[in-house]
Design a protein around this ligand. Structure first.
Ligand SMILES: Nc1ncnc2c1ncn2[C@@H]1O[C@H](COP(=O)(O)OP(=O)(O)O)[C@@H](O)[C@H]1O
Ligand SMILES: [Mg+2]
Length: 251
């Protein structure tokens, strides 16, 4: 890897008796597309929360473009260029898809005004262009509460993308999405991301998705990374098969 863009150095986080993050050190280069796998409770979301400033680590720090950050806030992370999406999309449900896009774009421009004055032609054009990239323009005027879950997830990802981060972390982009829609969702998202140098991590439980889209895979178990490498190698690893995939050896 050339100079890493993002590094986690000795991250630890405990919740009571649970060690959610147990001395995690890992580095990511520009443009990497990394799948994050592991059983429920393995610490995947906690890792994303620490990297994006939603959880303060007990020890360790983040290094971003070579600089140390040990007290990141969510806003601070976005300002650096680290954005995320959530397992459950954080959207304005009673507003339209386009209005959600206009708000995200205003946040990107650091305009915290209400969105009404933002309905100027150039702002609308920018909103539609964003939606077009993510194949959402046909539902631009649909209220978000009326969208199927797959579309809501894509919109949430599009809105984090609109912040123009260098690192984007996606927490279970395909959870709650029908098997039929999952591949289309990932085709759309990875198609857009491939045109950028963004480093992308995505937490995923569906190994067909991981195998198809991730170039590198991290496997988390009990707060630790037990395997990190090329997707095919990690998915074939005996401990990953046992502890993550639940496949007994010899089966
Ligand atoms: N805010 C929190 N308060 C208490 N326990 C938490 C909190 N966040 C996570 N945990 C615990 O930390 C462990 C790791 O959780 P999480 O990071 O959500 O795992 P994953 O995303 O891999 O399913 C779990 O045992 C979970 O219950
Ligand atoms: Mg999780």
């Amino acid at each position: 890897m050339s100079e890493p863009i993002l590094e986690a150095v000795g991250l630890r986080k405990r919740f009571g008796a649970v060690v959610a993050c147990d001395d995690i050190s890992v580095a990511f280069g520009a443009g990497e597309l990394v799948g994050v796998v592991g059983p429920n409770g393995a610490g995947k979301t906690t890792f994303v929360n620490v990297v994006t400033g939603y959880v303060t680590p007990d020890a360790g720090h983040i290094r971003y473009r070579g600089r140390e950050h040990d007290a990141l806030t969510p806003r601070g992370a976005v300002a650096l260029g680290i954005a995320r999406s959530f397992q459950h999309p954080q959207l304005y449900a009673s507003l339209s898809v386009l209005e959600n896009a206009l708000i995200a774009l205003a946040v990107k421009r650091k305009e915290h005004a209400s969105w009404q004055p933002l309905k100027r032609k150039w702002a609308l054009d920018e909103g539609h262009a964003l939606l077009e990239r993510f194949a959402l323009d046909e539902v631009a005027n649909t209220e978000v509460s009326q969208l199927p879950e797959g579309r809501r997830k894509v919109l949430d990802i599009a809105l984090s993308f609109a912040l123009e981060p260098s690192v984007l972390l996606l927490d279970e982009p395909t959870s709650g999405v029908s098997a039929r829609e999952k591949f289309a969702l990932m085709d759309t998202v990875t198609g857009v991301l491939a045109q950028t140098e963004m480093t992308v991590l995505f937490i995923e439980h569906d190994m067909e998705i991981v195998e198809r889209y991730a170039h590198r895979v991290l496997a988390f178990v009990e707060g630790r990374i037990i395997a990190d490498g090329r997707s095919a190698d990690v998915l074939a690893d005996a401990r990953v098969r046992e502890l993550v995939l639940g496949i007994a050896e010899g089966a």
